[in-house]
Design a binder for this molecule. Structure first.
Ligand code: GCB
Length: 724
């Protein structure tokens, strides 16, 4: 038998020369990864542990298994380097047997400093450092199932289901070190196989297999393999088949099964990425509660425990590597390694249907031959290692749809943020309609969309960019409807189910957080938009009154909005029925208010109550004021409406030769500074068109680090040019 011994206790953690006791999983960025801004600690630290030599019999071997340490690792035993690993998200193992003495010192040196070879290096999330997943000692007999290839489990199960009859042909493969036949079994069926060069293969047929059928019936089988030495491993698997069709969208086991769900980053407040099983389970419960049937597990390999939960809960999963934002010419090998590990380690999970090659990789890189070649190699690797799944990638909105990179993966997908960072909500609709019309044979998905919201901010007149819970809700109302009208979108994923740590951010009233979550970083608060999806996706009756945090209201007649999957909702004000409305999901009531009111919404046997209060002045705490906002700059300067200003659209400014020249010159200067990104904008007619509809001031603000004084300067110059 193999022994798996948890090795999480009694580590001494050294950071900058100082040591302290820690228990794994551990990250040194649990706090500063969010609060430290760009100053969170990125460097090298050591984890040291003393260990007695375990009792070994008959040539047993000892392996150290590290299920995730970020980003690069050196493992040493008694001062001698044994192994290195690059990439922060995959399992890897190191054999210790040879170097073991009676008393040993094990040192794992972990480094998350920046470099130009290991992904990710540039992305909108914190690159936590640490041994943030479990560590185990594995003791196996001399002849044992392989533990040294890519952190793989040593057993690979490939079920192929024949549509219609549901007859499943299951190929089980194992790899071993040492001799002896293998006994493989699925339920009552078993086979004895002699390995060929350590590789054993057996086939099983399950007539009329019990299918793994998504959230409705995620049935799992187990395959086990045993060696004569007693070593035994097993893998759960599911019998299912799927198709991604350009017109029909996603089909699971022959039935239409639109993938509608959310993305998840693997971290939460206070613990960073060092999540325990309890954290994983809590996340999955929230996924179940909202009623999603798919997860995009971004932007790297997640913990095996979580893919297991996906298998058990019938989630359809998009799995990916952190090849993100910026292509690095020295990073090719690392992308291939991370993909090989991802597939080798995750192959048996029925939940996974696509491998994601990259995310927004052209955001800060031009589409050049090296980048294309990197994608082709990744795509080929996926197909070579896995004939049962498809490849995809998440493209940034400004990538032209005729870019050759879109022809590489099997199916396409875009991240669009129209209606948040830029543009109008309806541009999302237009984008997909144009794509679908232009490429009727290409499946297209919506891999990211979202809007930041800090639940503290509220508004009766929500607007793009105001960080209110109210705008986020409106944004998603539009998106949900847009998606429902386009069943051919093979998958859609809200960015994100949870707020997550993004060290580089300082906005929307919070430091170091991306607040596009439907639930807060600590998982304590479900924002209103959460309930919109819950009303749409989950099957249990539900009812939710929006704006429960919008207590003080300065309007005479306020809107009370209810999300429910009931057909009719009634609203009671101070116990009296105001109105009953029949609607689909979103119920809006206009409520005259004078003092304090108790508002109760009822549908079937559900009810929810909130209290609101009429006030004279808008509560300033509900309003987010951007630190770098150019507040009332008009007030301080004379304004000539007959002349141009930064409030004109780019298209209008460019239509005038003089104003256009100034704007173009300014843009070119910016382009030189920003290099590749600006090139991508310049060569992109769709983006140019869209930018034309935006005002210069909003473009400048979205570009970020532009000084208020420079904007004023520019405005003064434009104010000298008369409009025709
Ligand atoms: C994206 C990225 C994701 C970011 C997100 C955002 O497109 O893929 O990593 O967090 O945008 O919120 O800006």
């Amino acid at each position: 038998m193999r022994k798996i011994i948890s090795f999480n206790e009694n580590w001494t953690f050294y950071q900058k020369g100082e040591g302290r006791q820690v228990t794994l999983p551990h990250t040194w960025n649990a706090v500063d990864g969010q609060d430290g801004g760009n100053d969170y600690y990125r460097g090298e630290c050591q984890y040291v542990c003393s260990m007695e030599k375990p009792k070994l019999e008959n040539g047993e071997k000892v392996f150290l298994e590290i299920n995730g340490a970020a980003m690069s690792v050196v493992v040493s035993l008694n001062g001698k380097e044994l192994a290195r690993h690059q990439g922060g998200y995959a399992t890897f193992r190191v054999e210790l047997t040879e170097g073991l003495q009676e008393q040993n010192e094990l040192c794992i040196s972990v480094d998350n400093s920046d470099n130009d070879t290991i992904y990710p290096q540039k992305a909108d999330f914190t690159f936590y450092g640490g041994i943030y997943r479990d560590v185990n000692l594995i003791i196996v007999p001399a002849s044992h199932f392989d533990l040294s290839y890519c952190g793989a489990p040593g057993i690979k199960v490939t079920p192929v289901v024949e549509p219609g009859t549901n007859s499943a042909r299951i190929t089980v493969e194992t790899w071993q070190q040492g001799d002896g036949k293998v006994t493989m079994a699925i339920g009552e069926m078993s086979r004895e196989v002699m390995p060929d060069n350590g590789h054993a293969v057996a086939e099983f047929v399950i007539e009329n297999a019990h299918l793994w059928d998504g959230v409705n019936d995620p049935y799992l089988y187990t395959a086990t393999a045993t060696l004569e030495s007693g070593d035994e491993i097993s893998a759960r698997f599911g019998c299912r088949y799927f198709e991604i069709h350009a017109q029909k969208g996603f089909l699971l086991n022959g039935q239409s099964y639109p993938l509608r769900g959310v993305s998840r980053h693997q971290d939460c407040k206070g613990v960073g990425n060092a999540l325990t099983m309890e954290h994983h389970k809590r996340d999955m419960e929230i996924v179940r509660e909202i009623g999603a049937n798919t997860l995009r597990l971004a932007h790297y390999q997640h913990a095996q425990e979580f893919y297991d939960l996906c298998d058990e809960n019938g989630m359809i999963v998009w799995a990916e590597i952190p090849y993100i934002t910026m292509h690095m010419k020295n990073g090719r090998e690392n992308t291939l390694k991370q993909m090989e590990e991802l597939i080798a380690q995750c192959y048996n999970h029925p939940s996974i249907v696509v491998w994601g090659l990259s995310n927004e990789i052209t955001a800060a890189s031009a589409v050049n031959e090296d980048l294309l070649e990197n994608h082709r190699l990744l795509n080929d690797l996926c197909h070579r290692m896995d004939a049962t799944r498809l490849t995809t990638m998440a493209n940034v909105f400004m990538l032209e749809t005729d870019s050759p990179i879109l022809e590489i993966p099997d199916v396409n997908s875009y991240n669009l943020y129209f209606g948040w960072y830029l543009g109008e909500l309806s541009q999302n609709d237009e984008f997909f309609d144009e794509f679908h019309e232009k490429y009727p044979d290409r499946p297209i998905g919506f891999s990211e969309y979202g809007a930041d919201a800090n639940p503290k901010f509220q508004s009766a007149k929500p607007e793009k960019g105001d960080y209110t819970e109210s705008y986020q809700a409106l944004y998603h109302e539009h998106m949900l409807e847009m998606i429902e009208k386009r069943p051919w979108l093979w998958a859609t994923h809200v960015w994100n189910l949870f707020d997550f740590a993004a060290d580089g951010r300082d906005e929307g009233g919070k430091h170091g957080e991306n607040q596009k979550g439907l639930v807060t970083f600590d998982r304590q608060t479900r924002k209103d938009a959460f309930y919109l999806y819950k009303a749409a996706w989950n099957k249990e009756p539900m009812l939710h009154i929006c704006g429960s945090r919008y207590i003080e209201r300065a309007e005479d007649v306020t809107e009370v909005k209810v999300y429910s999957n009931a057909g009719e909702v009634s609203l009671y004000v101070d116990g009296k029925l105001l109105e009953s409305i029949c609607a689909h999901r979103v119920f809006c009531f206009q409520v005259p208010i004078v003092g304090e009111h108790t508002i109760e919404a009822k549908a079937a046997d559900m009810s929810e109550t909130v209290t609101i209060r009429r006030v004279e002045q808008e509560n300033p705490e509900y309003i987010f004021v951007k630190k770098q906002d150019v507040v009332n700059w008009f007030d301080q300067e004379e304004f000539h409406p007959e002349c141009f200003s930064v409030s004109d659209t780019l298209a209008d400014l460019r239509a005038n030769p003089e104003a256009g020249a100034i704007v173009n010159q300014m843009m070119e200067k910016g382009a030189a500074a920003r290099g590749d990104v600006a090139d991508a904008v310049k060569d992109n007619p769709a983006l140019q068109r869209m930018m034309g509809r935006m005002t210069l001031i909003s473009l400048l603000k979205q570009a970020g680090d532009i000084e208020e004084e420079s904007i004023k300067q520019l405005n003064r110059v434009l104010q000298k040019i008369r409009k025709e």
